[in-house]
Ligand binder design. Structure first.
Ligand SMILES: Cc1cc2nc3c(=O)[nH]c(=O)nc-3n(C[C@H](O)[C@H](O)[C@H](O)COP(=O)(O)OP(=O)(O)OC[C@H]3O[C@@H](n4cnc5c(N)ncnc54)[C@H](O)[C@@H]3O)c2cc1C
Length: 301
C-alpha cells in the first residue's frame, strides 16, 4: 500500500487494486496508473475512504465506466474510487427503476424493458454508469437524464447523505450540481411510464441501430469528444475543416463520425490529446468556433 494511506484498514483487500492500470477501466483504453483503485462495499466505507484522502491531502476521483474520460499517460497520483462492484443493484418498484450509481445505464434500460416501462430507451446505448450519466446529464436522440430522473441520493465531502429531487440536481446540457459541490451519486430513482413492451423494445432497437450505423462503435473512444457548440454541430465543423480521418500516431478523427476522436489501437493518451487540441485549433482558425471537450481529463496534460 502507498505510504500515505492504509486502505486495508478501510475495506477488504479484494476491494483494492494497487497501481491499477486505468487504461483497463476506460473506453479510450489509454492512460497510466493510479495509486490504488478501491471499490468500497457500502456508504460508510466510501465515506471513510474519502475522509482519509482529504485528511492526507491525497486526491481522489470517482470513476464510473470511464466512458467519458481521458487519463494522462503519467496516470493519476491519487485514489480512484469505483462504485461498479458494490453499488450496482437495479430493481423495479411500480413505475420506478431504482439503481445503484455503479449500475450500467444499459442494465437500467433493460430492467425498464422487462417491466414494460418507457422513458429510458435513449440510455440503453450510452455505455456509462448511472452515476456518470447523472453527473453528465447524459442524453441522446432528444432525451436526457433530466427527463426521467425523479431523485438521487448524494454524498457530500463531509460525509452527509441527502436525497436531491430531479430539479435540485440542476441538470442542463452535460452539466449538473454533482461536480460543482464535489458530490458522489450513490443511487438514483427513474420515474417512467407504463407502456407496451414491444414498443419499448422497438424504440430501443431503432436507436441502437442508428448508433451502429453512424458511430464508430468498433473502435475505442469516449463517444462525442466535444460538446455541441451553440448553433453548430461539432462533427460537421470538424468535417468541414477537412479533419475527417486526420491522425496523429494511433489516434485520430473517426472516418465514420467526425465528432468522435478514436484510438485505432495502442494510442497514447498524449496522441489522443494532441488530436483533440489540433481539432480545436483548426476549427477555431477556420470558423472562429472554440470547441469545448465533453470528455473529462484526469491527470496532467
Ligand atoms: C461509444 C460511446 C457512445 C457514447 N454516447 C453517448 C451519448 O449518446 N450521450 C451521452 O451523453 N454520452 C455518451 N457517451 C459518453 C459517456 O458514455 C457518458 O458521458 C456517460 O454518462 C459517462 O458515464 P461513466 O460512468 O462512463 O462516467 P466516467 O467517464 O467514469 O466519468 C465521467 C464523470 O462523471 C463522474 N462520475 C462518475 N460516477 C460518478 C458518481 N457515482 N458520482 C459522482 N460523479 C461521478 C466522474 O468523476 C467524471 O467526472 C458515449 C461514450 C461512448 C464511448
Amino acid at each position: 500500500m502507498n505510504s500515505f494511506i492504509d486502505l486495508t484498514a478501510l475495506t477488504a483487500p479484494d476491494n483494492i487494486t494497487e497501481h491499477a492500470a486505468l487504461s483497463e477501466y476506460t473506453t479510450f483504453h489509454a492512460g497510466g496508473a493510479c495509486l490504488a483503485l478501491v471499490s468500497p462495499e457500502n456508504t460508510d466505507e466510501l465515506r471513510n475512504v474519502i475522509a482519509a484522502c482529504m485528511r492526507q491531502e491525497i486526491p481522489y476521483f470517482i470513476l464510473g465506466r470511464g466512458s467519458n474520460l481521458l487519463v494522462s499517460d503519467s496516470g493519476f497520483p491519487g485514489i480512484v474510487i469505483s462504485l461498479r462492484k458494490h453499488f450496482s443493484g437495479v430493481r423495479t418498484e411500480g413505475e420506478r427503476i431504482i439503481c445503484g450509481a455503479g449500475a450500467l445505464l444499459k442494465h437500467a434500460a433493460d430492467e425498464a424493458l422487462s417491466a414494460s416501462l418507457s422513458g429510458l430507451e435513449f440510455a440503453s446505448g450510452i455505455p456509462g454508469t448511472v452515476g456518470g450519466a447523472i453527473r453528465m446529464n447524459a442524453g441522446a436522440y432528444g432525451r436526457e437524464i433530466r427527463d426521467c430522473i425523479e431523485s438521487a441520493e448524494l454524498l457530500f465531502p463531509d460525509g452527509m447523505v441527502r436525497t436531491f429531487s430531479g430539479e435540485e440536481l440542476e441538470l442542463s446540457y452535460r452539466h449538473s450540481v454533482v461536480e460543482e459541490l464535489s458530490l458522489v451519486v450513490l443511487s438514483a430513482v427513474f420515474l417512467l411510464k407504463s407502456s407496451r413492451q414491444d414498443e419499448v423494445r422497438a424504440l430501443m432497437d431503432d436507436l441502437n441501430q442508428r448508433r451502429r450505423d453512424k458511430q464508430p462503435l468498433e473502435l475505442a473512444s469516449a463517444g462525442s469528444t466535444f460538446k455541441r457548440p451553440e448553433g453548430y454541430f461539432a462533427g460537421k465543423l470538424i468535417d468541414d475543416a477537412g479533419l475527417r480521418g486526420f491522425r496523429i500516431g494511433n489516434a485520430g478523427v473517426s472516418e465514420k463520425h467526425a465528432g468522435f476522436v478514436v484510438n485505432y489501437g495502442g494510442a497514447s493518451a498524449a496522441e489522443i490529446y494532441q488530436v483533440i487540441q489540433y481539432v480545436r485549433e483548426e476549427v477555431f482558425r477556420k470558423f472562429g468556433v472554440l470547441l469545448e471537450p465533453e470528455v473529462r481529463l484526469l491527470g496532467d496534460f
